[in-house]
Write a protein that binds this ligand. Structure first.
Ligand code: 5GP
Ligand code: ZN
Length: 183
């Protein structure tokens, strides 16, 4: 049975030993350049999945990214796309590195949509505990949606009396962001 901390023999051959968690607990930088190659990575369950020292139900990989089924799916078909290198949050990645993840997300989401024909597909990526991140290795959830699935990613779009809807407030925040993005 697949488990976050259980190492199984199955499916490991494909990745065969890029590193050994117990005897050499650092990811080889030559393998996945640009990651945060420190001790955090050696304890990271997603790094173990990349290395093949922890099992996963892989569905796709390319040179820099990996997609596999979520072990506790919110709905049928819920899967995850990760960079092979260890980055804790999107803020630790270059935009180009994250673009590689985005490209795989687009491929996987299309496959999920065509194979499972859900009502819709949510793409969710959390940075930090407050945002709901529980595994500190960047990942994008590809989450098929079903009618009345009651998954709560909801905010009220319709109420009219909220400070956050104020046009001037939105414009002031937009200007602060614009000026940061102009660099
Ligand atoms: P987060 O809460 O950080 O946005 O999402 C982490 C996701 O990783 C959760 O949906 C959780 O079910 C999944 N997950 C945690 N550990 C494992 C694991 O060992 N294997 C797989 N396949 N998924 C995992
Ligand atoms: Zn990691």
């Amino acid at each position: 049975m697949e488990s976050g901390h259980q190492i199984e023999a199955t499916n490991i051959a494909y990745f065969r030993r890029r590193y050994d968690c117990e005897h050499g607990p650092r990811i080889e930088q030559t393998e996945f350049t640009g990651g945060q190659d420190d001790m955090r990575a050696s304890d990271c369950i997603f790094c173990k999945i990349v290395a093949g020292t922890s099992d996963s139900q892989e569905i796709y990989q390319d040179e820099t990214t990996l997609a596999f089924m979520d072990i506790r799916p919110a709905n049928d078909g819920h899967c995850l796309v990760i960079p092979k290198a260890h980055f804790e949050t999107v803020f630790d990645m270059t935009p180009a590195a994250f673009a590689g993840v985005g490209s795989t997300v687009a491929k996987v989401a299309r496959a999920v949509n065509e194979v499972l024909r859900p009502g819709g597909v949510s793409l969710i990526q959390a940075n930090g505990e407050l945002a709901g991140q529980s595994v500190l290795h960047v990942h994008v959830h590809v989450l098929p949606r079903r009618t009345d699935d009651n998954l709560l990613i909801n905010w009220d779009r319709n109420s009219n009396n909220e400070r956050r809807f104020d046009r001037e407030r939105i414009a002031e925040i937009a200007e602060r962001l614009r000026s940061r993005l102009r660099g």
